[in-house]
Design a protein around this ligand. Structure first.
Ligand SMILES: [Zn+2]
Ligand SMILES: [Zn+2]
Length: 260
């Protein structure tokens, strides 16, 4: 299993020379094996996808907040008439996957719908477990305003858990610890410093210390922190990372590749 960080920024895209190391593109992680390319979220990081050859394309959306769906119009493969793209998401109230994306990708917010692009785009309301090639995908509800999903992908005896847009709550965290049990890689939302977390309870994000605790209790072998705050520069993020940085724990950087 190969995991590539395409977008590690949260909430809104950023730019600037002090944002180059961790990157300004929003949430998107590419998970591949020999014949499947699975994109976790479709933030603006998706625009810079590497060449995936002729692998089948799936997109698993955690939730439809803008930073997780803004990459679609400039995703290179959506404009290729020979490609098929399967998009999966959980229900959002009464809205299925198609309705969630149609709400943004139509006039006056955007000139056309995702179905109007040359590729063959299909929308699916996700049910677990989901099989994508040799991958098995399971999920659990996140703790986030409006709801979101945490995904676990497994293949070939390897596993990755994608827990972005997740707010640590004492009485709910045991579910995530159990869900992440012995995973090879945990991608965890650490948007806030401890002080920011206290000031922004209810915003749906967590901290480094909370992620390290979940890593330890779940037995996750590696952790990468994602959903970097748009106000945090490279210097600031390196400083946040310094106390925990080691071979198995770090902040996710744009274009980082992790082989499991
Ligand atoms: Zn987000
Ligand atoms: Zn969100």
């Amino acid at each position: 299993m190969k995991v590539t960080i395409l977008g590690a920024r949260g909430s809104i895209p950023t730019e600037g020379k002090d944002m180059l190391e961790f990157g300004g593109g929003t949430s998107c992680v590419l998970v591949e094996n020999h014949d499947q390319a699975i994109y976790l979220d479709a933030g603006t990081g998706m625009i810079c996808t590497p060449d995936i050859g002729d692998k089948a394309i799936s997109v698993l959306l955690t939730h439809p907040h803008l930073d997780h769906i803004l990459g679609f119009p400039f995703f290179p493969y959506i404009s290729n008439k020979d490609r098929k793209i399967d998009i999966y998401a959980g229900k959002c109230g009464d809205l299925g996957t198609f309705e969630q994306l149609e709400a943004l990708y139509k006039n006056p917010f955007w000139p056309c719908g995702l179905k109007d692009y040359p590729s063959d785009v299909s929308f699916h309301d996700i049910e677990f477990p989901l099989n994508i090639g040799a991958f098995t995908v399971t999920g659990m509800p996140s703790v986030h305003p409006g709801g979101s999903l945490v995904y676990r992908l497994e293949t070939d005896g390897r596993s990755v858990v994608y827990a972005t847009d997740y707010e640590y709550e004492e009485d709910k965290v045991s579910e995530l610890i159990e869900f992440s049990h012995d995973c090879d890689l945990l991608l965890f939302d650490a948007q806030y410093t401890d002080e920011e977390f206290e000031a922004r309870r209810g915003f749906g994000h967590s901290t480094v210390a909370q992620g390290m605790m979940i890593m330890e209790k779940s037995g996750a072998k590696n952790i990468r922190f994602v959903h970097h705050d748009p106000r945090h520069t490279d210097d600031f993020l390196r400083e946040m990372e310094r106390p925990i940085k080691c071979a198995t724990a770090a902040f996710a950087r744009k274009d980082e590749v992790i082989i499991l």
